[in-house]
Design a binder for this molecule. Structure first.
Ligand SMILES: *Cc1c(COP(=O)(O)O)cnc(C)c1O
Length: 350
């Protein structure tokens, strides 16, 4: 296949990615620090993320499904790395689950029975529901012996409100702590990115940050700690002058108040740059802020380049994608901003 250079790049700052993991590992103190790399490494590319974080010292990785395991299996096997599959095992996963280098996080009594029956004594993790009521076996069932005889590595739970002060955090922490010693689990685990900052009692033996590794700041305690990792860059397809009174884009939602220099970028909602950025997002060139004008289209976005006289057709601009600010501007969550980044980006280390 011919290699055509894409008009859209995702610059990934490997140093920042590694530094963010080291920062989370430091905050995790005595607990090991893992990494959630589900959803293709939160949109960055799981293979790339695993390589960078393994080199930084990360040993424990988390994906959601077994097809995500298959995509990175060769990076795990034989490299002293561990990979867990958060959604556990369905019947149709058993062949993969007994051959690929990963262990399931068992979530239901049926999954527990399936693994006991067909897992051949292989190791597993278990998710306990401590109040989020999403996935997990009941804490009472664990205390009652549901997991007897399983080779459990990590007994884990997940915080519903880690990014805000909530009495639920303490309730969930205490419910997990109460299970210490009730199974043969090697370690317990509770904290995601925000959970790492909640204090010593939340860190247990292993932390599982995701968002913060990729430059997200789920809570104030992590601002200033986390560095921006992802920088979308788009090429200019056309530069034009829109005369005062001329409209730009679908439904003519923006009308030039004065003669305005406009650049049309090779970026749109099909790339994950959603309509929430219409009239609210911006690109940047040197120090100039170049606001998005009119509606974001499927493949195109218009910006005001009046303050960037030299920008021409074929030049590149960087899209403002500091996650907390971009989330505030667009109304999307920082998680959505990352995982929505589309397949047309040429992802490259920078
Ligand atoms: C996604 C996920 C994480 C990581 O959460 P962040 O908020 O991105 O740090 C940790 N644990 C579980 C079970 C998850 O599903």
């Amino acid at each position: 296949m011919m290699d055509v250079p894409a008009p859209l790049r995702l610059a990934i700052d490997d140093d920042a990615l590694a530094a963010n993991w080291r920062a989370m590992a430091r905050l995790s103190r005595d607990a090991a620090c893992g990494a959630a790399v589900k959803a293709d490494g939160y949109g960055l590319g799981a293979r790339h993320v695993v390589r960078v974080l393994a080199a930084a010292g990360c040993r424990d990785f988390f994906v959601a499904t077994w097809s995500e395991v298959a995509a990175i299996a060769d990076l795990i096997a034989g490299h002293d790395l561990r990979l867990s599959v958060l959604h556990g095992v369905r019947d149709e996963d058993m062949a993969a689950a007994t051959t690929l280098p990963a262990r399931p996080v068992l979530n239901t009594p049926q999954q527990v029975a399936r693994w006991r029956e067909g897992g051949g004594g292989r190791a597993c993790d278990v998710m306990v529901d401590t109040g989020m009521h999403r996935l997990g076996v009941a804490a009472g069932d664990v205390a009652g012996g549901l997991l007897a005889g399983l080779a459990i590595d990590t007994l884990m739970s997940h915080l519903a409100c880690a990014d805000e002060p909530s009495p639920m955090n303490m309730v969930q922490r205490d419910a997990l702590a109460a299970l210490a010693g009730s199974t043969d689990a090697v370690r317990l685990s509770l904290a995601n990115s925000a959970g790492v900052t909640l204090g010593r009692d939340y860190r247990f033996g292993l932390t599982r940050p995701g968002l913060a590794l990729y430059g997200g700041e789920p809570c104030a305690a992590l601002s200033g700690v986390v560095r921006q990792v992802v920088r979308p860059q788009a090429q200019i397809l056309q530069r034009r002058c829109v005369r005062a009174g001329g409209a730009v884009g679908y439904n003519a939602t923006w009308t030039a108040p004065v003669d305005t220099e406009v650049a049309i970028l090779n970026l749109g909602y099909a790339d994950g740059y959603l309509r929430g950025f219409s009239g609210r997002g911006a690109a940047r060139c040197d120090d100039a802020r170049l606001p998005v004008i009119g509606r974001v289209s499927m493949d195109l976005t218009a910006i005001d380049v009046t303050n960037a006289a030299h920008l021409a057709e074929g030049d590149w601009v960087e899209i403002d994608y500091h996650l907390p600010s971009a989330a505030a501007a667009s109304g999307l969550s920082q998680y959505e901003l990352l995982t929505g980044l589309g397949i047309r980006f040429d992802r490259r280390a920078a």
